[in-house]
Design a protein around this ligand. Structure first.
Ligand code: ASP
Length: 326
């Protein structure tokens, strides 16, 4: 079971933020304070400038990342690989678990114990809620969640918040509208949890069957946030500072007829964007499957490609931080 090994899994004993990340697992955004976020965003800014100036650094030279994905991924997996490589480290990529011993029936704890004997940090995407916490309990090396089922996607939440800050220069005072599958969208759950730390107003836009889980809503309210709910983008398009659009998560539906009924519920078009604020950020965790029209891509407010690039800087910052090198 989990151990406290010298130099591993040390949790925030030092006042210094840098030490509070060293050896730490990243399994839920609930673990972060505003000070943590400010620190990580500062490191991400540095990573951005290193990449833009020289492309790579040798900060994590000699370190190895195990990138273990039990569910499909394009951006998260490749940006973790790119992040590690740009920091001078190496990667063990396990993306088709059907080709690993998982297909022979190996349990998650045994797979984690195996990988941590080769690697210094483990990134895990898994279909079950709470899987990263389980993995973290068994591992003595840091485990970073890359999404656990319909639970959370903490690193996406961080990069989303970082994008809001980069695009608009502030987070406090904003009206953030989240649109689409708020029930199954793990990125929504993580971002909403992070936004509770800031003076934000939130509007949740979804069909009735895809509403934000009550738990997430109550957390926001308990933190003093105002949460509105509607099923119409019309209600928010003129007032939103951030429009965070998500895909209806087809893979989470037991009954595909239900998916068919809601899959095309929202589409952001140039006509709709014409009614939005001049200064706002249109975001999407991607992949999009029709929620944002391709003609919107050239709109300067369309932030989703910058958002995806930010993912690499945030993941560089997190890898460096948990390995004590930030
Ligand atoms: N890529 C994000 C995720 O893994 C969003 C999505 O798939 O819709 O949760």
């Amino acid at each position: 079971m989990a151990t406290m090994v010298n130099g591993q899994k040390r949790v925030g004993l030092a006042a210094d933020r840098r030490h509070s990340f060293y050896g730490r697992d990243i399994v839920s955004v609930k673990q972060f304070s505003r000070e943590d976020l400010t620190y990580i965003f500062g490191v991400a800014n540095e990573m951005r400038s290193i990449v833009r100036r020289v492309g790579t650094t040798d900060l994590l030279k000699g370190y190895v990342l195990a990138n273990l994905f039990y569910e499909p991924s394009t951006r998260t997996s490749s940006s973790f690989i790119a992040a590690m490589v740009r920091l001078g480290g190496s990667v063990i990529p396990i993306h088709g678990v059907q080709y690993s011993s998982v297909s022979k029936g190996e349990s998650l704890p045994d797979t984690i114990r195996t990988l941590e004997s080769y690697a210094d940090v483990i990134v895990l995407r898994h279909p079950e809620v709470g899987a990263s916490e389980v993995a973290a309990r068994y591992a003595s090396k840091p485990v970073i969640s890359a999404g656990d089922g319909v639970g959370e996607h903490p690193t996406q939440g961080l990069l989303d918040l970082y994008t809001i800050y980069s695009e608009l220069g502030t987070i406090d005072g904003l009206h953030v509208a989240m649109v689409g599958d708020l029930k199954n969208g793990r990125t929504v759950h993580s971002l909403a949890r992070l936004l509770r730390l800031y003076d934000t107003t939130l509007t949740m836009v979804s069909p009735d069957i895809l509403r934000l889980p009550e738990e997430n809503k109550q957390e926001l309210i308990a933190a003093g946030r105002t949460v509105h709910e509607t099923d119409s983008v019309d209600d928010v398009i003129e007032s939103a500072d951030v429009l965070y659009v998500t895909r209806v998560q087809k893979e989470r539906f037991a009954d595909l007829r239900e998916y068919e009924a809601v899959k095309d519920c929202y589409e952001i078009t140039p006509a709709l964007m014409a009614r939005a604020k001049e200064r706002m950020a249109l975001m999407h965790p991607l992949p999009r499957v029709g929620e944002i029209h391709y003609d919107v891509d050239d709109d300067p407010r369309a932030a989703y490609f910058r958002q995806m690039e930010n993912g690499m800087y945030i993941r560089m910052a997190l890898l460096a931080a948990v390995l004590g090198k930030a």
